[in-house]
Design a protein around this ligand. Structure first.
Ligand SMILES: NC(=O)c1ccc[n+]([C@@H]2O[C@H](COP(=O)([O-])OP(=O)(O)OC[C@H]3O[C@@H](n4cnc5c(N)ncnc54)[C@H](OP(=O)(O)O)[C@@H]3O)[C@@H](O)[C@H]2O)c1
Length: 259
């Protein structure tokens, strides 16, 4: 697709990958609208050249209204990037149902609400594009990241299903699966993050992948290959591997956060 001139709405764009991607897309000539909860940070990212629509994507009605506000400001929406997300470690003792629910609310339902805000219009027009930012962490379960990995696995599956559903209706669906990226999400991690890339590099890779119509944008390549290989490891061997990680305190998907 042609990014120059496209009307693109990016959620989770007050920081990290979303902020870098919004800037990259604007640099490539897109008309960009950005959302997240922190209005001040959004204004800073926008730098006067993007539409700012603050919203909490866990609020369904507010997110649908935000989509309408973006559509009014840009005159339509060609692409939505559901990028808003959170990460924190999961503890089995005491059991953390609330933390699990929070991950599903932001990382899964947040994307569902964002898509609800744009899909009716895209179906009516017979064109459009949904981009979901999941994670290579969604490929397999690891101890300490139960909530994050389960949510990202759900998002990967949702996007895959939608790709088939919406293709006959002219709507393209793309899945972004990053490995480790330097953002506030990973800054407090306590263990090695192999092949970690900077947010600006991630943004360029994602923008290139969108432009090239790639169904899956998985990066960086060595981490993507490693995680694709991990999917082939038999369950028994995966259990031995991850139990050993947990025993050594190396549990956590894209990095275990303190607390
Ligand atoms: N960093 C990595 O290594 C990595 C790896 C794989 C995938 N990812 C995924 O990439 C995406 C971006 O992550 P990041 O690393 O850039 O993290 P980040 O720096 O923590 O940024 C997260 C963004 O999401 C927004 N957000 C969080 N909860 C929200 C909510 N309820 N409503 C609206 N916006 C919300 C935050 O803004 P406010 O706080 O202002 O709302 C912020 O703009 C996430 O989906 C993450 O899972 C990251």
């Amino acid at each position: 697709m042609e990014i120059d001139g496209a009307r693109i709405w990016v959620t989770g764009a007050s920081a990290g990958i979303g902020a870098a991607l919004a800037r990259e897309l604007a640099d490539r000539g897109a008309r960009v609208a950005i959302s997240a909860r922190n209005a001040d940070q959004l204004a800073e990212v926008a730098g006067g050249r993007m539409t700012v629509v603050p919203v909490d994507v866990t609020d369904r009605a507010a997110t649908v209204a935000a989509g309408a506000a973006v559509r009014a400001a840009l005159g339509g929406i060609d692409v939505v990037v559901a990028n808003a997300g959170t990460w924190s470690g999961f503890h089995v003792e005491p059991w953390e149902s609330d933390r699990f629910a929070e991950h599903l609310q932001i990382n899964v339902m947040g994307a569902v609400h964002t898509f609800e805000a744009v899909v009716p219009q895209m179906l009516a027009e017979g064109r459009g594009r949904l981009v979901g930012v999941a994670s290579l962490a969604g490929y397999r379960g690891v101890p300490g990241s139960e909530a994050y990995n389960a949510g990202k696995a759900a998002l990967i599956s949702l996007l895959e299903s939608l790709r088939g559903s919406l293709a006959p209706r002219g709507v393209v669906v793309q899945t972004v699966n990053p490995g480790f990226v330097t953002t506030r999400m990973t800054e407090r991690n306590r263990f090695p993050m192999p092949f970690k890339v900077e947010a600006d590099d991630a943004a360029r890779t994602i923008a290139d992948g969108i432009a090239r119509d790639r169904a899956e944008i998985a990066f960086p390549l060595p981490m993507a290959v490693l995680m694709k290989a991990a999917r082939l490891v038999p369950t028994r061997a995966w259990t031995s591997l991850t139990a050993a990680m947990a025993r050594r305190g190396l549990d956590g998907g894209p990095g275990r956060r303190a607390g």
